[in-house]
Design a protein around this ligand. Structure first.
Ligand SMILES: Cc1cc2nc3c(=O)[nH]c(=O)nc-3n(C[C@H](O)[C@H](O)[C@H](O)COP(=O)(O)OP(=O)(O)OC[C@H]3O[C@@H](n4cnc5c(N)ncnc54)[C@H](O)[C@@H]3O)c2cc1C
Ligand code: FES
Length: 277
């Protein structure tokens, strides 16, 4: 694939705190919404100063091509995300994007082979901030009239994110929490069997902690389901040069290393060897 990513300066036009730790940032930019596909990310400089030096990767949470805006969902976990979350509306943020290979959809302009869509049910499985790339994906699927079920897992009810945003798209949004404070008590993977209907072809899209991804990939292999996984790795260059972000693709006995930033972040479940982080 020829990268269409560009270095742009986007204006932060809106900040909306979703929880104590997660902020939705809306940027104005005509380039990224026109080119992006779900699952791609931007690589941004959190601060206008030189600290922190390295850019940080963030998934495209949503794009609006008509309005020329896109959204990121940022969880404050360290220095870069804290500075980013403190940027003010109307400030310019330096970013590169859209980057990476997104989810394999039939209008991805030939980036990957096409999937057929008839009689499919789309199960989105997200743990914590793994929800970030899924809203844009759900939007595209619902635009095609597809059935979309979002299974979202959080530690506790105060970390449950974006239920109304997905419901507005027409997706079914089902929650599990580890402490049982909202939805079913337990891990989000325990919700999956209930939604595996026999009459429809199931396509699973997963993002979140490694343990969850491993479970989803293993279940998909057992059940013969189509599965796509979006990986998060720490990134240095973000452009495929430094190989700091590799993952294993192949089988346990015969595998190769792929770069999450360039070859991913989305990989087919059947080709991925998920190692617990
Ligand atoms: C392709 C991709 C898409 C991403 N999309 C989002 C998103 O939409 N929203 C979001 O909030 N985060 C996302 N992340 C994670 C985000 O990039 C990191 O949280 C961010 O870089 C942390 O920077 P920091 O300076 O705040 O933290 P640091 O000070 O660098 O680190 C703080 C803590 O966060 C951990 N950490 C840092 N980077 C990562 C990472 N990539 N994965 C797991 N743990 C990490 C560190 O180990 C450390 O414990 C994404 C990561 C990738 C690779
Ligand atoms: S971050 Fe440098 S190769 Fe991926």
């Amino acid at each position: 694939m020829v990268s269409q990513a560009r270095l742009v300066s986007s204006t932060l036009i809106k900040k909306n705190w979703m929880t104590d730790e997660v902020v939705r940032l809306t940027f104005s930019d005509p380039h990224i919404p026109a080119l992006a596909v779900p699952g791609q990310f931007v690589f941004l400089r959190p601060s206008p100063l030189n600290y922190p030096l390295l850019r940080r990767p963030y998934s495209l949470f949503d794009v609006d091509e008509e309005k020329g805006v896109f959204d990121l969902l940022v969880k404050v976990v360290g220095v870069g995300s804290r500075i980013l979350s403190q940027r003010s509306e109307r400030e310019m943020v330096d970013l590169i994007g859209p980057l990476g290979n997104g989810f394999f959809l039939s209008d991805n302009s030939g980036q990957r082979e096409l999937l057929t869509w008839s009689d499919s049910k789309h199960l989105i499985v997200a743990g914590g901030m793994g929800i970030a790339p899924m809203h844009f994906l759900a939007r595209r699927l619902k635009e095609r009239g597809e059935e979309v079920v979002v299974l979202f897992g959080a530690v506790s009810r105060n970390e449950v994110l974006c239920s109304s945003e997905f419901q507005e798209l027409g997706a079914l949004f089902v929650v599990s929490t580890e402490d049982g404070s909202l939805g079913k008590m337990g891990k989000v993977s325990s919700l999956i069997p209930e939604y595996l209907s026999r009459d429809k072809r199931i396509q699973i899209y997963a993002c979140g902690p490694r343990g969850l991804l491993k479970e989803v990939v293993e279940l998909s292999r057992r059940e013969g389901l189509l599965c796509q996984v979006s990986l998060e790795e720490r990134m240095a260059c973000g452009l495929g040069a430094c190989r700091s972000c590799v993952c294993k693709v192949g089988t346990e006995s015969q595998f190769e290393y792929k770069r999450v930033c360039r070859d991913g972040p989305v990989f087919r479940g059947e080709e991925l060897i998920v190692e617990k982080g």
